[in-house]
Design a protein around this ligand. Structure first.
Ligand SMILES: NC(=[NH2+])NCCC[C@H](N)C(=O)O
Ligand SMILES: [Mn+2]
Ligand SMILES: [Mn+2]
Length: 304
């Protein structure tokens, strides 16, 4: 198994997709993250980073029907299918895939790609939201609010079948950290699936260390590796303002770093993605910079 502990090779894959959030700016996330020097930062830590460039996205889609429940479905399926192939291909070469978005719908492609190689995958979903809507529960029609449900095997067949319908996550090995905006249909789904959600209440009550201890136990139990899906809106919008769906009362800069450092220390990370950075909404590039700082901690930077 290729992990950050035993692979020195990282493949950086950009996905300038904004259609899942139906909001412009997040398609410039990969550019903002690259210009905040992610590659040099990881190379300083001893990794060899090869940049695979961006997956091409056709942004000029027909404007969709405002009542539609799966906005821009066809192009999102096309891009995620391509992403899944690329991630699987890079992993097949023994490299660690690091995907930079783009909106959170790209988690579908990333994780479906990983599942081609890793049978039992644990997932840490760092997010203000839980992204477990389907076309039946969504009020926005935005697919970035559905990606985790799809990865658990629920939602539109053209999404769940990407990379094979049998490739899915086990809800027992999925944890969400930082949640504070959960839609009514999502509450029901999370309960039915038995997914462990660490809300801001849990982080306040127990502290990030205790939360991470339980999270790591769950994502490690019986799995062959851990994936981190890092939605920057999990952080407090005062510290990461450049996101399309900010929610007050989030994870602090330091708590976020601790989570990344602790995850690195634990090992077993096989892949990661950084999503929802929107430079058009950002303040002095703070959010892209935070994203790169967090990647530094995730890949082994230490204060001392
Ligand atoms: N990845 C995200 N930022 N998701 C936000 C989702 C917001 C809302 N729950 C929706 O389904 O529209
Ligand atoms: Mn999200
Ligand atoms: Mn979110």
């Amino acid at each position: 198994m290729i992990t950050t502990k035993n692979s020195n090779d990282i493949s950086l894959i950009g996905v300038p997709l904004q259609l899942g959030a139906n909001r412009s700016g997040v398609d410039m996330g990969p550019t903002a993250i690259r210009s905040s020097n992610i590659q040099a930062r990881l190379e300083t830590l001893g990794f060899h980073v090869s940049d695979c460039g961006d997956i091409e996205v056709n942004r000029l889609q027909d404007r969709c029907d405002p009542d539609e429940k799966l906005k821009y479905l066809a192009e999102i399926v096309r891009v995620n299918t391509k992403l899944a192939e690329m991630v699987a291909q890079e992993m097949g070469k023994g490299r660690f895939p690091l995907v930079i978005g783009g909106d959170h719908s790209i988690a579908i492609g990333t994780i479906k790609g990983i599942l081609q190689h890793v049978n039992k995958l644990g997932v840490i979903w760092f997010d203000a939201h839980t992204d477990v809507n389907t076309e039946f529960t969504t009020t926005s029609g935005h697919i970035h609010g559905m990606s985790l449900a799809v990865l658990l095997g629920h939602g539109h067949a053209s999404l769940t079948s990407i990379g094979g319908a049998d490739k899915k996550l086990d809800p027992r090995n999925v944890v969400i950290i930082g949640a504070r905006s959960i839609d009514p249909g999502e509450r029901l789904f999370l309960k039915e699936q038995g997914i462990r959600v660490f809300t801001m209440y849990d982080i306040d009550k127990y502290g990030m260390k205790a939360v991470m201890d339980e999270a790591l136990e769950r994502v490690s139990a019986g799995t062959d590796g851990i994936h981190l899906s890092l939605d920057l809106d999990g952080m407090d919008p005062r510290e990461a303002p450049g996101v399309g769906t900010p929610v007050e009362g989030g994870i602090t800069y330091r708590e976020s770093h601790f989570a990344m450092e602790y995850l690195h220390e634990h090992g077993a990370l096989v892949s990661a993605e950084i999503v929802e950075v929107n430079p058009m909404l950002d303040v002095n590039n703070r959010t892209a910079k935070s994203a790169v700082d967090l990647a530094g901690s995730l890949f082994g930077e230490r204060i001392l």
